[in-house]
Design a protein around this ligand. Sequence first.
Ligand SMILES: *[C@@H]1O[C@H](CO)[C@@H](O)[C@H](O)[C@H]1NC(C)=O
Ligand SMILES: *[C@@H]1O[C@H](CO)[C@@H](O)[C@H](O)[C@H]1NC(C)=O
Ligand SMILES: *[C@@H]1O[C@H](CO)[C@@H](O)[C@H](O)[C@H]1NC(C)=O
Length: 842
Amino acid sequence: MGPFFVGSKMGVEKFIFVSTITCLICICHGFTPQDNYLINCGSPANSTLMDRVFMSDKLASNLLTSSTKPEILASQSSSSDVYQTARVFTGVATYKFSVARGRHWVRLHFNPFNYQSYQMGSAKFAVSTQTHVLLSEYTVNGSKVVKEYSLNVDTDDLVLTFTPSATSFAFVNAIEVISVPDSLITSSPPPRLVGGSGMFQQSLSTQAFETVHRLNMGGSLVTPNNDTLTRTWQPDSDFLLSKNLANTVSKILSVKFVPGFATEETAPSSVYGTCTEMNNSSGDPTSNFNVTWEFDVDPGFQYYLRFHFCDIVSLALNQLYFNVYVDSMLAVMDVDLSTYVNTLAGAYNMDFVTPSPKGSNKIRVSVGPSNVHTDYPDGIVNGLEIMKMNNSRGQLSAGTFVPGSSSSGTKQKSVGLIVGATVGPLLALVLLGGGCFVLCKKRKRGQDGHSKTWMPFSINGMSVGSKVSYGTTLTSITTNANYRIPFATVKDATNNFDESRNIGVGGFGKVYKGELNDGTKVAVKRGNPKSQQGLAEFRTEIEMLSQFRHRHLVSLIGYCDENNEMILVYEYMENGTVKSHLYGSGLPSLTWKQRLEICIGAARGLHYLHTGDSKPVIHRDVKSANILLDENFMAKVADFGLSKTGPELDQTHVSTAVKGSFGYLDPEYFRRQQLTEKSDVYSFGVVLFEVLCARPVIDPTLPREMVNLAEWAMKWQKKGQLDQIIDQSLRGNIRPDSLRKFAETGEKCLADYGVDRPSMGDVLWNLEYALQLQEAVIDGEPEDNSTNMIGELPPQINNFSQGDTSVNVPGTTGRFEESSIDDLSGVSMSKVFSQLVKSEGR
Ligand SMILES: *[C@@H]1O[C@H](CO)[C@@H](O)[C@H](O)[C@H]1NC(C)=O
Ligand SMILES: *[C@@H]1O[C@H](CO)[C@@H](O)[C@H](O)[C@H]1NC(C)=O
Ligand SMILES: *[C@@H]1O[C@H](CO)[C@@H](O)[C@H](O)[C@H]1NC(C)=O
């Protein structure tokens, strides 16, 4: 066996982001925008709005060009308030900003007032950039309107053009052009389409957004000076359809930003730390209703919805399960935030696109209880952004304006007025427009939905496998570059692959223990570059592990593909494989409680792979040698080299050789060569019996009927005498009902047909129950009597001698024969065997 050990003395998920390889992994702290233009239009002086200084466009006059001259300056008010001055254009005028390429906010501030003959409240005009129309035939309705846009600029200048409609004029009070972290609205993974129809597959880099609503659910107004990206977040209560159905919760200090998920730039903790929750204060477990918000939107456009979630309401993980609906369509069901962020109060965002241009002028958003997990009916939302997306002509406005066609060309009135005015009472800002970004994050499968990535990387100087299947399109994604580690670093860490550091050898290659500069221990798996099989597994492993992060999955720290190398670097797992603690290595026996906790941990990891809201990932090689233990004996599932997404994918690949490890293989997979997550459940069932009986799953040295553990254990289980064959060291230390629950669970996992097997979620639940039964102290119950433990009966256990072949339980024997050593003739055995041996060796 070539166990690879990975782990570290600190929490794994944490240290990857602070170790010496931080250069490989993007870390964002307090974003500082490269471009930060705040322009006070029409004012001779700078002025301050909420602690932000807006520069006079008279002083920055190089920005503005106007087709009509001369410029008339006027000022009515000595106040330098941004909203008391405006610039008026009677012809086409442009502001040209020299910018770094990338995403930017463009915010346009409007506060109409009357100056001389200009009644700004009736002005009608268009605003456009080189690539998009932001406003057309626009008349400002109300006072203090801020339109916020998010645009990706791929030239060195951003040109904002104001074009008055015929016989009218244009005006603007203030303009902001501010860099937004580049990678932040990203198509990898792409947002999901509402209504279960897959992903939004168009590139988002040419997409312009206008923020139409940005809400801090259950919280108060957040102003630009309290948001690292100078956004405004409004309270949600005015949008709630039935306020009495909702509660608000606030726990701002408990918000955690877990590396790899939402960051402080995604939304501030003042947003994540409050939520609107389904009002179920009665705790009535039969409560079943939705909390619904309704928003006005422009019809004729698609909308981008970003939900911000943070479980500040649960007392424990895996308690809160809810559904999210958009326009009465299910957007995502049975959300369990803890499977993503693995902690309470971890910030998490989920993005959606409405499937087609909207027919109505309302968007409705609802949350309600899951109909799968119904123990604590509840639902929350912490924040929500609704962004209009430009239409296929690049417009964010339904008007007829076409850039370049000046509808007011002949007018030669006074131009470029600087106008001052006294404005009425201050009203709260209405913020409209703009996009928002995920900061330097590698998003997780929760958002990832159905996408599975083959990231490009080069082996032997050529790029391989750079395709992604999102339904039918193939896209290239490079996010995994974040995990690339220089060969020199790997060499240093392993003292140039010193043989004394070799801790195992497998089909893929050798495994070394290493140490990074900062002392972080790592396991370094070095593949044999000549192996094609290895290459496929290498890619799969990176793909899986860089997408799926979970407390119970071994973390990938990085990989190296320099110099034809195929090297994977993992967290080092101090205590090696579960298998090594069961038999064959002389390590001390684990207690029953430890074993239960290990099985529960592994089940959680597999449950995470199988569920969530994306297509299931099937591990395909579940075995005790692939479950590793950290320094606290916490179990983590390892070795994703054979993983596959699932069942649909595999139906097109039925010829794929049966892979997996001998003794753990699902007999149904053998028969039908069809892979489902229930094959993992079968293998996990074998692991359960292995953990219970502490013997190899295949032991050819034993009498025939004992060779295959699954078969042997089931025989005793059917007789109700499983206690006869359990690990000696457990005897007297297992409560009978705990054993019974555990064994029943294992038995169900081994059901002949996948459909009859439980899901990993059920397995998890049953194992937790078995743990509770072991721990429970119930007065007066005979089983509480600690003397009444399994094993009090005279041990017939090692009665392995020439087992009674007559115990053929109908329905089981045939099945197990298929997977027992002698009876594999029907399958292409040499192929299977070489697979088995290889993977067993890893
Ligand atoms: C906003 O920031 C100011 C200081 O910059 C702080 O005093 C205030 O409490 C903050 N408000 C909110 C709602 O976070
Ligand atoms: C919640 O809203 C959705 C969409 O309108 C609907 O299908 C579902 O039945 C509602 N649930 C409850 C409990 O009212
Ligand atoms: C938005 O405009 C871009 C061109 O700038 C275009 O490629 C894209 O398809 C448009 N988006 C939508 C949703 O039509």
